[in-house]
Design a protein around this ligand. Sequence first.
Ligand code: SF4
Length: 235
Amino acid sequence: MAMWNPWRGCHKYSEGCKFCYTHKGDFKRNIDTNVIVKTDKFYAPIQKTKKGEYKIKSGQTVYLCFSSDFLIEEADVWRDECFQMMKDRSDLHFIFLTKRIDRFMDCIPDDWGNGYDNITVGCTIENQAIADDRLSIFSKLPIKHKNIICQPLLEKIDIKQYLDHIELVVVGGESDYHARPLNYDWVLSLREQCKTKNIHFEFRQCGTHFLKDDKKYTLTVRQLCSQARKANIDF
Ligand code: SF4
């Protein structure tokens, strides 16, 4: 597994951005997240060692743009070069998440066709209104590998009608002292929807405030993923 952040910075865009970890981290370091800048890792996938070998070893999954949104407007002038690098590194699999799926068709390169084999796109949603809005677009897009990321999940949602051709649904809560609670019933509901459609499901993290069986739990950051794993409901 490798990370690749060709640029950094982002603007809050919808409800799910309220406690964005990029904004929180930048605030502590006195960095203005709203300024989108290229990083010195821009060419990371094609950088080589002195021996002439790629620094990012073959066969890995590369998580792309996890301190920004790959489809953010300011990166329009840089994105084509990134697509070219991903095409050149067909020995790697790239995954990016976006809340700006409505921009997708304006962002892809001319030779995209039905999608590159080595790119997974994750459409992020947080409530029913946004699910209906983004997934109705996402479901029609030419993408070879599609995931739906329900994180932070803010209410019970029904996405059954959008699950065709989806490979994985990920669910998670919000992390912050003031986070909105995650109800375990919402997680189980999504799990059932995936089961019905035979789609892989992953409960990735609890919320800081977690409701289960009418009890409210407050979890530390460390517990968020480990408690979700303990639920043992992935498939
Ligand atoms: S889109 Fe993602 S990176 Fe951008 S502000 Fe929202 S949560 Fe943060």
